[in-house]
Design a protein around this ligand. Sequence first.
Ligand code: NAD
Length: 328
Amino acid sequence: MKELKIEYKTKTVRLVFGRGVFTNSLFPEGRKYLVLTDENVARLHGDKFKKISRFVKVLPPGEGSKTLDAASSLVSFLLEEGFTKDDCLVACGGGMITDLGGFVASVYKRGMGFISVPTTLLAQADSALGGKNGVNFASGEKTFKNQIGTIYQPELVAADPLFLKTLPPEEFRSGLGEVLKCGLCFSPSLFARLRDGFDENDIFECLSIKAEITAQDEFEEGARALLNYGHTLGHALESLSGFRLRHGEAVALGLLHETEEQSIKEKIRELLEKYSFPEFRFDKRELAAYIRQDKKIRQGKIRLPVLKDIGMTELLETDFDAYLQRLL
Ligand SMILES: NC(=O)c1ccc[n+]([C@@H]2O[C@H](COP(=O)([O-])OP(=O)(O)OC[C@H]3O[C@@H](n4cnc5c(N)ncnc54)[C@H](O)[C@@H]3O)[C@@H](O)[C@H]2O)c1
């Protein structure tokens, strides 16, 4: 087992990683637990969750469950069952479940206990750590990603690669999109290794990198924004595709299109081909409407991570319209 203690301003987060780290001993008696999961994860791993608590909430899988309505039903349930601030919400699932669970835990009585048990590669390598959470929000005919959320740290993240044995290949590939980003932006050795293949221990490298960056800058006032490389375009593509493109697939396309240096672009393209990432054709004007909703835009300016070289990323404050023209 590998372990990190990450000192955030608001909380110390314990991270455990390795095959078999998910055991009942992570959930000592003395408080109530609500396990939140989705139907796929419940079907494949539900027997393990029943041992943690008699309170298990199972939602339909997919982005359609990451809504304020779902959050509000969970709050009703917590109230009806008499959960207090000292009790704990345990999110067992992919990024959809850990984002929704983290959001509910952060607002219920202004913050209750929260444990994150990521079960997809994407959630293990990236989204379960750092405290960002949120729900999608529909306005008119469009649904915008993660428009309502908070930054709220879990007390524990338990990333157990045994969960990944049941993960469908397309979900695995989506997670690889975030692993690729991590190598491309922060670790030339990881980026080079990915040409030979993926190793489970790469997850811990991604987590260690994210832990260091997010502990330095918990509320994204500076360096944390570097983690958003590829995401400006990625989020917009994900929404524009009506969520047919998975998050990591969209991020991978974002990495390709946001990278200017041709030799690096070529290396990214080779990796996307190696791992069979899907292509996606988009209408530039339509895409622009989605990019305009990006949370990073403030007073017409956007602070963007730009890639200087493999493993070297820096932030550039730029005029949003100029950026859009260059990108599209
Ligand atoms: N908070 C953050 O920092 C952050 C970062 C990146 C992405 N995200 C969010 O994460 C979400 C995407 O996460 P995701 O890719 O994990 O998607 P997801 O949670 O929708 O899971 C993908 C699919 O895999 C299934 N699944 C989960 N675990 C499984 C397992 N062990 N075996 C078999 N099937 C399993 C789910 O049921 C679902 O169908 C998006 O909502 C995105 O916005 C958040």
